[in-house]
Write a protein that binds this ligand. Structure first.
Ligand SMILES: [Zn+2]
Length: 622
């Protein structure tokens, strides 16, 4: 998912300094100040109060207990399981896969702060200027989001237009979607013209380019969406990430989505999450429907915890997203057939996420939108209350299937499916021993194998699943940091661990150490940031030091060093010991260099220098 840390590991110091200089440090701190970390993280993770901190499920690893602590006073977060940590910028960088400058822009926008870039030479952009397609990673998601907003406003203007939008408004009225819902959901209209959007943007070349990158054009001069009702898709923070379009003349596919972009990936996006998030958190339950109008209608009827999968089946990505907000997920399907297929996928992908999944089907082949209109809110809520656990659902259907299968092959495939379902539930820890025993007994009765054989088969499948999942989780998100080996590297760490906790001690050491003494690369980067910050303000809090860290890796590293230092305490004596070790290392190094010198007198002269320097420089710190 997130590669920022990994990508930046190899980056040179110069380029870090360059990027940091894009915005003035005081500007960066102003943006940090204006975005309370509790609010920002709360938009992604459900947080609960615990003592003086807030805790929640860490979104950067497969978290089962709340491992992520957020400190409202210090304005920092730290996951004690996977080591992810930092300030509000680092959270957004990791969460939304943004670079540091992008995260600054993103949060400035969130807080309504207008950013001023320093006048700096722009990085040459090879492909774009030559008119080639830019590589997806070169595209700035924030600019793409702005182009989407521009397009969304154009679509909305069309729908509101007395003449142009009348037929689409009539269609919406017929479907009983209220004018309030039309506004709330930013519904729009792509007019019946092959180049409406292109013509609208003609005056503005850069918009046209961005619209192309956002997937709203086909080629350079054709609209992707023609004569369609437009659904604006936002992410959880309200950023416009893409569109869905429903045909109004039955030309082409009934529904069409924006293509995958750096902003939009339909298997990792849910329609309505922004609107439903609070209700999902407060009820602990997320209800997932299939269509845009199902979702809109549910909200119109006051069922505020409903979201829609974007014309795809419910994916592992959806499960991961909802797990941040909900303990329970209920999938609602139009028909039993769709439900059975969904049950299979839900079992495979979502139980691995360890969330409770229940399934419900709308009776008589209606979609939830029609059902709500015909039967009302209470009936819909009853449907949700009656949802069946995904295992029970699967078991019921399989028993029916097994009974109705005439061939041996058919029976075998039914059994195979069910064994796989049990193995998945074992792997996700969703099935109790007693439950498992009962299932095995039942299945042995049906197929006439004894329990031992069935258990052996289950274990074989379980091992395969475990192997697959450990491959999946390896090396995700938080990169491992190389802190170097040996006592000199240890001393460098000690200095940083102490100063991150007791910055005042910097006064006593700044004559003796410089950032260039740090030969472990990552520690050298921390030292550079730390000393620069403390030179400006000896009382600077940790968040200000973090605000200078460009990469996610560096942010994690600072948090780790700060936590380790706090745990050890004894700041002054540890610092004194570290200084002695650093000085000794310097002497050893110089001795080696001198040993290589042939000239005896030069040797003596330098030897004299070192010993006299040693006496004057090492001041024990009491
Ligand atoms: Zn974590």
């Amino acid at each position: 998912m997130n590669n920022n840390g990994k990508l930046l590991v190899g980056i040179k110091k110069d380029s870090i300094a360059y990027m940091a200089g894009m915005f003035d440090n005081s500007m960066v701190l102003q943006v940090q100040q204006a975005n309370d970390i509790i609010d920002v993280i709360g938009e992604h993770v459900s947080l609960k109060k615990k003592g003086r901190e807030m805790v929640g499920l860490c979104p950067f690893h497969d978290d089962h207990r709340p491992s992520m602590n957020v400190n409202p006073v210090k304005q920092i977060f730290k996951c004690f399981a996977c080591g992810a940590g930092g300030d509000v910028f680092k959270f957004i960088q990791m969460r939304e896969n943004l670079t540091f400058p992008q995260a600054i822009e993103r949060l400035a926008e969130r807080a309504g702060i207008k950013l001023e870039r320093r006048q700096m030479p722009r990085r040459p952009r090879s492909g774009a200027e030559a008119g080639q397609t830019e590589h997806v990673e070169d595209i700035d998601p924030n600019r793409l989001a702005k182009a989407n907003v521009w397009a969304a406003q154009y679509f909305q203007r069309n729908l509101r237009d007395t003449k142009l939008g009348k037929y689409a408004r009539d269609y919406l009225a017929e479907r009983q979607i209220s004018p309030e819902s039309i506004e709330k959901w930013q519904l729009g209209l792509a007019i019946d013209s092959p180049d409406g959007l292109v013509r609208e943007s003609k005056a503005n070349k850069s918009v046209l380019k961005l619209l192309e990158q956002a997937g709203l054009l086909v080629g350079h001069n054709q609209d992707k969406f023609v004569n369609r009702l437009m659904f604006t898709i936002t992410d959880v923070t309200g950023r416009v990430i893409g569109f869905g379009g429903r045909t109004l003349d039955d030309n082409g596919a009934k529904y069409l989505n924006s293509p995958t972009t750096v902003l939009f990936d339909k298997s990792n996006s849910l329609y309505g999450l922004e609107q439903a998030r609070h209700e999902i958190v407060s009820t602990g339950t997320a209800v997932v429907v299939e269509g845009y109008t199902d979702c809109i209608m549910a909200h119109q009827f006051g069922c505020g915890n409903v979201v829609a999968a974007l014309g795809t089946s419910f994916t592992a990505g959806h499960g991961r997203i909802l797990k941040r907000y909900a303990r329970k997920v209920i999938l609602i399907f139009d028909s039993d057939v769709a439900g059975i297929e969904a049950a299979n996928r839900a079992l495979d992908v979502c139980l691995a996420q360890r969330i409770d999944i229940k399934l419900a089907t709308v009776p008589e082949g209606k979609d939830p939108c029609d059902f709500l209109l015909a039967s009302g809110k209470e009936a819909f809520e009853q449907l949700i209350a009656d949802a069946v656990d995904v295992f029970q659902f699967k078991w019921d259907r399989l028993r029916e299937k097994f009974a109705s299968e005439d061939t041996l092959a058919g029976k075998n495939s039914a059994i195979d499916e069910y064994l796989q379902a049990i193995a998945t539930s074992m792997q996700s820890g969703k099935i109790h021993d007693i439950d498992l025993g009962i299932r095995v007994k039942q299945i042995s009765k049906i197929i006439g194998l004894d329990d031992r054989q069935i258990n052996a088969e289950l274990n074989k499948r379980l091992k395969r699943l475990q192997r697959a999942s450990s491959n999946e989780n390896r090396g995700e998100n938080v990169p491992l940091v190389d802190y170097g080996q040996g006592s000199f590297a240890g001393a460098q760490r000690d200095v940083l661990e102490v100063l991150l906790n007791e910055p005042k001690l910097y006064e006593t050491v700044k004559q003796k150490i410089t950032k260039d003494m740090f030969d472990v690369p990552i520690l050298g980067q921390v030292a550079a940031i730390l000393f620069e910050t403390l030179d400006g303000d000896i009382n600077a809090p940790l968040k200000e030091i973090l605000a200078r860290a460009e990469s996610v890796e560096l942010g994690n590293c600072i948090m780790e060093l700060a936590a380790a230092g706090q745990k050890k305490g004894n700041f002054e004596s540890i610092l004194a010991g570290a200084l002695v070790a650093i000085e000794q290392h310097r002497i050893e190094k110089e001795k080696l260099e001198i040993g290589a010198l042939q000239d005896q007198t030069e040797y003596l002269r330098r030897w004299h220098n070192i010993t006299s320097k040693r006496n004057s420089r090492v001041v024990p710190m009491e």
